[in-house]
Design a protein around this ligand. Structure first.
Ligand code: COA
Length: 178
């Protein structure tokens, strides 16, 4: 049950809680690009990046917000879709997603990707792409469930805890599936 978690678009004035969420997710997962404490972005830089992204017309940030005991919400997950900047790749967006540990395994990932499909239809985005570390079984299961297919590998793209790990590239063409 995720009845107390809402999926919505991030607002431009939420740089601070969004950055805090990203740092918390970095600290919890070994499968994200940055490790604990490695993200040096300031709130001002994050605010500029959000404004640029939301102003582009072919990018979005979706968040999962859990209702707190006092009625105030807290951000517990995010999905960033960043569209291409040229005429020739404006239709294509790259996805990054993370959910705080305590909220994984509750279908929030599927709900974020459901909202992404809806957004992509409205924004004219017809290709979705993402990359994941080989071994991130849970992420792969979610992406396959949401219609993504493997399209290639970047060998030894990451150095994780002393060992090289491939990046698996996946894609989805929503217009041909829906
Ligand atoms: C990856 C992530 C986005 C998945 O979202 P989620 O809401 O936790 O998704 P779920 O746990 O509901 O799992 C999705 C599917 O994977 C399956 N799954 C979960 N854990 C699994 C595991 N250990 N092995 C195999 N499959 C697993 C589930 O069964 C589910 O499918 P189902 O709904 O048909 O049963 C989330 O776990 C996360 O943010 N993890 C940390 C950061 C990360 O890895 N981000 C992705 C980087 S590419």
């Amino acid at each position: 049950m995720t009845g107390d978690v809402a999926i919505r678009a991030l607002r431009a004035d939420e740089a601070e809680p969004f950055l805090a969420l990203r740092k918390a997710a970095d600290a919890q997962s070994r499968y994200l690009l940055y490790g604990a404490g490695e993200r040096r972005t300031t709130v001002e830089e994050q605010a500029r990046a959000i404004a640029e992204l939301l102003g582009s017309g072919n990018s979005t940030i979706l968040v999962a917000e859990a209702e707190g005991r006092d009625g105030a919400g807290s951000l517990v997950g995010y999905l960033i879709a960043k569209g291409g900047g040229a005429e020739r790749n404006r239709h294509a967006a790259e996805i990054v997603v993370a959910i705080l540990d305590a909220y994984t395994g509750k279908g929030i990932g599927a709900r974020l990707f459901g909202a992404l499909d809806e957004w992509a239809r409205g924004a004219g985005v017809t290709r979705l792409g993402l990359g994941l570390m080989d071994g991130n079984v849970r992420a792969r299961a979610l992406y396959e469930k949401m219609g993504f297919r493997e399209e290639g590998r970047r060998k030894a793209a990451f150095l994780l805890e002393g060992g090289f790990v491939d990046e698996i590239l996946m894609y989805k063409l929503p217009s041909s599936i829906l």
